[in-house]
Write a protein that binds this ligand. Structure first.
Ligand SMILES: C[S@@+](CC[C@H](N)C(=O)[O-])C[C@H]1O[C@@H](n2cnc3c(N)ncnc32)[C@H](O)[C@@H]1O
Length: 296
């Protein structure tokens, strides 16, 4: 595909129309802008400020192949190789889930608990002796967001996928944040009673394996092992909740992200596994998103 000499706004308009015609109707304008920024190596502000500028042919040559990939359905995060989460730029590959804005709810709820922990003077427990475990870390999104807010926390993050772990490690290095990474099938790498935590957080796979959405949009390009969890989507949440209590300190919290329609089932699982003070938190759209429970 070659492009005639056009200014930035004309290029963007044409690309956005092309994406729409190909059925990519969620955010065609934004997609076109992000791809053009990547090709020209400029910010979005540059695109708006210099919308009547004609880009150099050498740089513009990079744009059509990027647009082609998007038209084939590849997620923007995979094409650009990066996605922002909690304001942090994270490398994303085909081995990792693309971090979702919904997951920022889990970060917020955890930060609120940490705030309550340190609010009464003296704090219930200071942050520099507080331990937190992120199960199924993927790109490292949750662990890195929490560490960026509270560098004093001692954070361990695990994933079953060695490829995901190496992406998470690279992200930690790029952001100069120290996390202890470990390959583990959920909690199996940790011995009890020696290795226990004050907080265990997780955004595990929770989609039903027959969910028709798995054959649509960006998720087609994400690893199935990061998305699905058995017939009802709850297998991994059951496993985590079953083992969490033996890996939590007394008064420690388990916080799990789940689907909007799984809140009652997850609360039952928490209660059946001896967790108390079970609570549900909603995301910004008002959907049930995170359940938390405490070890007595
Ligand atoms: C929904 S993704 C979440 C990724 C990341 N925490 C986030 O929020 O963007 C679930 C993650 O759990 C990992 N996972 C799946 N099964 C696992 C297991 N048995 N033990 C550890 N991690 C597992 C996947 O590799 C994937 O990275």
């Amino acid at each position: 595909m070659t492009m005639p000499e056009q200014d930035i706004q004309t290029i963007l308009h044409a690309a956005s129309q092309q994406l729409t015609q190909c059925g990519l109707t969620d955010s065609p304008k934004l997609d076109a802008e992000l791809l053009l920024c990547h090709a020209l190596n400029v910010s979005r502000t540059y695109l708006f400020t210099w919308s009547d500028k004609i880009p150099e042919a050498k740089q513009l040559k990079k744009f059509p192949p990027l647009l082609e990939q998007r038209i084939k359905g590849h997620p923007i995060a995979h094409i650009l190789g990066t996605r922002e989460f909690w304001g942090l730029p994270l490398t994303v590959t085909q081995d990792t889930l693309i971090p979702r804005p919904d997951t920022e709810t889990l970060v917020e709820v955890t930060l609120n608990l940490l705030q309550q922990q340190i609010s009464p003077p003296p704090p219930i427990k200071p942050l520099n002796s507080t331990t937190l475990l992120d199960l199924g870390t993927g790109t490292g999104a949750i662990a890195l967001a929490l560490k960026s807010e509270h560098p004093q926390l001692s954070i361990t993050a695990v994933d079953q996928s060695i490829n995901a772990l190496s992406v998470a490690q690279q992200n930690a290095k790029n952001l100069q944040l120290t996390i202890q990474f470990l390959q583990s099938n959920w909690l199996s790498a940790f011995k009890t009673p020696q290795q226990t935590f004050d907080y265990i957080v997780s955004n595990p796979p929770y989609i039903e394996e027959s969910d028709p959405h798995l054959t649509q949009g960006d998720v087609r390009f994400e690893p199935l092992s990061a998305l699905t969890s058995g017939k009802d989507g709850l297998n991994d949440i059951r496993t985590i909740a079953q083992h969490a209590k033996s890996h939590l300190n007394s008064q420690g919290w388990l916080l799990i992200e789940h689907g909007y329609n799984q809140a009652d089932a997850v609360a039952d699982i928490f209660n059946a596994n001896g967790l108390i003070n079970t609570q549900l938190k909603r995301d910004l759209a008002g959907n049930p998103r995170v359940t938390l429970g405490q070890k007595p």
